[in-house]
Each structure stands twice: as C-alpha cells, then as structure tokens.
Design a protein around this ligand. Structure first.
Ligand code: ZN
Length: 151
C-alpha cells in the first residue's frame, strides 16, 4: 500500500481535485481527442500555437486521478514552450513513466512532472499518465503552421 500512497502524491491529488486549464479553447486552435480503453479515461486537448510557441493549452475530459492530474500538469508545463521543446518534453515524460531513466537526462527539465516517476511501477497506469501527452502530441502534429488567424 505504501507504493500506492507514493504514487498518489499530494501534487497529483491536488491537480485531480482542482485541474488547471480545464476548459475549451476558442478557435483558432488545434485539438485532438484521446481515449484510454484500459481505464476509460477520455481527454480532448486544445492548443494554440503562434510563431512556433505554445501560447495556450487546455483540456477537457473525464478520467481517473492520474489522467486528470497528468493533463492538468501538462497544460502548465507546456504553456509558453516552443513546439520543439514540447515534443522533447513528451519524449522525456514518456521515458520517465516507462521507467526508461537513461534517456531522461537530455533535453528540457521535467520539473514538477517528475512526480509521475512512480507510475513506471504500475504498468496499468502508464497509459493514464501519458494519455494527455499523446493527445497533445497529435494536436501539435496537425497542420498547425497553416492555421489562419485574423489577428
Ligand atoms: Zn486512468
């Protein structure tokens, strides 16, 4: 049981209880939907990119504590970050929760995201933690550069 307590650290509980940036984003923006059938987590991620920088990122969805907290923390970490860095963070976060520590030394700092390091000991929860990240990755891969903005 102590492992589970460790997994649900305070930060995760806090973000699950009051998720940050949980709202729909006004267009123009890119979005993608993610679904984790193993747990039933659903998430839609909205991203606004300008000049190669993630200006805004929000999410909507329902899921377990891990998936909600992960999405919430992700939106905080990606705001103001270059698209390139966002992709690196995704790779790094993925390595972290997969327990693939070797790769984790390169690229941008994970910061608060490190709270999810315990997830690698719970393979069934890895998809919960990475769902929002896979989804934002997909959204960023959309033909973003061509989004027309009247501003
Ligand atoms: Zn889940």
């Amino acid at each position: 049981m102590s492992d589970l307590f460790e997994l649900y650290q305070e930060l995760i509980l806090d973000h699950n209880k009051s998720p940050r940036n949980r709202r729909k984003l006004d267009c123009p923006c890119k979005s993608a939907e993610g679904y984790n059938p193993l747990c039933g987590d659903r998430v839609t991620v909205f991203v606004k990119v300008k000049d190669g920088i993630v200006e805004e990122v929000t999410f909507e969805g329902t899921g377990c504590a891990i998936s909600t907290a992960s999405a919430s923390l992700m939106t905080q970490c990606l705001k103001g970050v270059k698209v390139e860095e966002a992709k690196q963070l995704f790779e790094k976060f993925h390595s972290l929760v997969m327990g693939d520590a070797e790769k984790s030394d390169e690229g941008p700092e994970l910061g608060k995201l490190a709270v999810f390091s315990g997830v690698c000991r719970f393979p069934a929860r890895v998809k919960c933690a990475t769902l929002a990240w896979h989804t934002v990755n997909e959204a960023l891969d959309e033909e973003g550069d061509k989004v027309v903005s009247s501003e």
